[in-house]
Design a protein around this ligand. Sequence first.
Ligand SMILES: [Zn+2]
Length: 229
Amino acid sequence: MKAIKLLMMGPPGVGKGTFGKLLSKEFSIPILTVGDEIRKIAAQESLSQVYIDIAKDVTKGKLINDGLAWAIMIHKLKDLDTSRGFIIDGYPRTATECEIMEMCDFQYDLVVSLKQHEEVIIKKTLARRVCESCGSTYNLANIEYEGHKLPSMKPKVKGKCDNCGGNLITRKDDTRSVIQKRLFTFQVHTLPLEKYFAEKGKLIEFSPYGGVADYPQLSVKVKEKLGLP
Ligand SMILES: [Zn+2]
């Protein structure tokens, strides 16, 4: 089988990680969440200006330097077994990053664009908890909003990760003002890139109104588009 290169697109908090991980499991290909890698770098204590700048941008909900994001993604991809392909969550996020990608002849086979109502995203993101150790995500809120029904994804033991027993924490940048800033940044810089992928015939759009329970529909759409059985 040809290696599958897939991109998860969509506003922060829409569920790119959740759906990306399910696709990663189904196709047995690794997923790289560029934002997580950037946050890990931002959390390191260092006096180097590069680290300080990254940390500053992350806490404010700003995008880090385009070239730097590319370097981080390529560097991290090398650590993964990508022989069957891979899923990227979070690159490109700007037109410049798209140009860097083109310049380096980096192409996706398919781009999944997830859609969700802004108010639902804010509610979900505020209730998001992340495992400190393995990065698994949980959601404490049961959301019902204008026909959207997104059940919570709680851990079995309160405050502890189901996978590894690690502590569940709230991400530092998951505050209402930072979320709104990140949503605005997405609309201005990243959303216009949909057109670029649509023109190449590589875009599919998906609105998970029922949350993770809608995954089978996404799986069918992805396989159809990739011509997989
Ligand atoms: Zn964990």
